[in-house]
Design a protein. Structure first.
Length: 569
């Protein structure tokens, strides 16, 4: 129970840096309740009170929770809020009459700042001051949205949060938080009461400056006005150079830290690469993800890939996280890094907080087209934002890493959700069900890799499909978390439940909770589980997922020898 845990993707600074009532990055904080922001009785208030229970109302990756949960390595994802994410698509023209009527009751027929101010506070947990500032930008007269200013604000907050925990020391020790710039720095702090942070960025829009009217339209980058294209291009190139040089201490930020990797796309159009659909159900009727949805890389995006992966003596390589990329863009990226690998330059592919969809390849996923009818018949989510078998093979080929998320909204299909509803009152059964879902993802990844290797497939690094699997919780990413494991403090209990599940697969009480084979969704035979474990004990398997694989990956790629061009002797 005292072993460290690593989380490949979480947002410990997202809420506290945008909420003056949260004293620091360590403290637990709660979002306001519906009755606290809506004073009078209303249908809206009743609906919200029920709906918001699914979301994480408390901070999940605050550092007290991380320390309690042995989470000693956190990849801290900075996220500048996409302004289109804050502008619901009223009057919901894409919804049916029934859904539209319900949404109008909930959100109003037209934009009212007072209502949206309360809704955003309830959902995100950020303060009224910052919510008002965001909405003022979205609905005001501003011509430009400067996301890099948001990046710098959260980046500086995270840097300033380093050091011992403010105030009273935790029982038995004084924990600290340190951002590390290399594996060597991480290794030097292992075994001490220190939470080590590595920087990442979710959404490459976060270093850009965009004309607001361009963000609101559906015009491709190549068809924007020349002056708009130039403004976007100039800001991205300049700011990327700034953050890359900061990592070497060669620019205006001598003690700076560069992101280890960036999630290239996110929820909305960034003019660089298409994104996958990330909202389903009612949210897909509220937020308009259509601009840029499903596209490949633009010419500017292709150039940004080259600049991110470029290695100079004064500016290091930044890896790319493929989560949220469209199917088309993922295929294009795999071909690019495959060509680089053939030339002797390996670029590991990261998918930092994801799940599997059990589909054979990108083309099958494109044909599925996020069909909700398929979701109703499936245990896992078949949406294309999740990994196909082709994605898994490409990540294995590249010596990459997959962070499996803990997300009720994106991992399961409707069959799982119906089963969860039936056992929710029985907490132990719900825990077994979540272990089943997580391990089904793990063993599918391993089996796809094993089949590829058995067919003679070539990979960078060791021929071991277990090396690719890690934990990427997406805690504090405004998600619907596992009901029984809602914060980083619950990680040790979840780890122990996974070990227990692996040891008890053949027990009668586990009949409904056994690991499933995909895509058929039938229980995996015990002999198959044992074969895939390849002589490893349940403890060894789970320890690799929760720490060892991330550590091994960082040792290989989070160092100056890999990230920077070496001077000519």
């Amino acid at each position: 129970m005292d072993k460290p845990i690593a989380d490949l993707h979480c947002h410990p600074s997202l809420k506290p840096h945008l909420n003056d009532r949260i004293p620091d990055i360590w403290r637990r904080a709660e979002n306001p309740l519906a009755h606290q922001v809506f004073a009078r009785f209303s249908i809206r208030k009743l609906v919200l009170a029920g709906t918001l229970n699914k979301l994480a109302r408390v901070t999940q990756s605050n550092l007290d929770a991380c320390f309690e949960g042995r989470n000693r390595l956190v990849v801290c994802s900075l996220y500048p809020f996409e302004r289109e994410f804050l502008r619901p698509d009223r009057p919901f023209k894409r919804a049916s009459l029934l859904v539209r009527t319900g949404l109008q009751l909930l959100l109003g027929r037209r934009y009212r700042k007072s209502v949206d101010l309360k809704l955003i506070r309830l959902i995100t947990g950020i303060s009224e001051k910052w919510t008002s500032w965001f909405l003022g930008q979205v609905h005001g007269q501003e011509v430009w949205i400067d996301y890099f200013r948001d990046y710098q604000r959260e980046y500086n907050y995270l840097k300033d949060s380093q050091g011992p925990r403010p105030g009273d020391a935790a029982v038995g020790s004084i924990p600290e938080f340190r951002l590390v710039r290399s594996f060597a720095e991480l290794e030097a702090l292992e075994g001490r009461p220190v939470i080590c942070g590595i920087l990442s960025l979710e959404g490459l829009h976060g270093i850009g400056r965009y004309p607001k009217k361009a963000l609101r339209g559906a015009t491709p980058f190549e068809d924007l006005m020349p002056e708009e294209q130039e403004a976007i291009r100039t800001s991205l190139f300049r700011n990327l150079d700034t953050i890359k040089m900061a990592g070497r201490g060669t620019g205006s930020d001598p003690d700076g830290i560069a992101p280890f990797f960036v999630t290239f796309s996110h929820h909305m159009n960034n003019f660089l690469a298409g994104h996958a659909r990330s909202f389903g159900g009612l949210l897909s009727r509220v937020f308009n993800q259509q601009p840029g949805l499903g596209l490949g890389f633009s010419a500017l995006g292709e150039e940004m890939v080259g600049r991110l992966l470029e290695r100079r003596e004064d500016a290091g390589r930044i890896l790319i996280d493929t989560k949220h990329l469209s199917l088309k863009a993922r295929g294009e990226y795999y071909r690019r890094v495959g060509n680089m690998r053939n030339r002797g330059d390996n670029v590991p592919v990261i998918a930092s907080h994801t799940a599997v969809n059990g589909l054979a390849d990108l083309a099958t996923a494109a044909g599925n087209d996020n069909d909700p009818r398929i979701e109703r018949r499936s245990y896992i989510s078949r949406f294309s934002i999740n990994l196909t078998d082709e994605d898994i093979r490409e990540i294995l080929k590249s010596d990459g890493l997959i962070g499996i998320c803990m997300h009720d909204g994106r991992m399961p299909g409707r069959k799982f959700k119906r089963k969860l509803k039936a056992v929710r009152a029985y907490r132990e059964k719900a825990k077994r069900l979540y272990a089943q879902l997580f391990l089904t993802n793990v063993f599918h990844i391993v089996r796809v890799g094993e089949v590829y290797l058995a067919s003679g497939g070539r990979v960078a690094g060791s021929a071991d499909p277990w090396k690719t699997v890690a934990l990427g919780s997406d805690n504090d990413g405004i998600v619907d978390p596992f009901d029984t494991y809602r914060t980083a403090a619950d990680f040790p209990a979840f780890r122990e439940k996974l070990i227990e599940a692996l040891k008890t697969q053949e027990r009668p009480y586990m009949r409904e909770f056994r690991i499933l084979s995909l895509p058929g969704e039938v229980p995996m035979p015990a002999a198959e589980i044992a074969r895939l474990m390849n002589g490893q004990s349940p403890e060894e398997v789970v320890d690799r997922i929760f720490y060892g694989n991330v550590r091994h990956f960082l040792k290989k790629y989070f160092n100056d020898a890999y990230r920077y061009a070496q001077p000519i002797a």
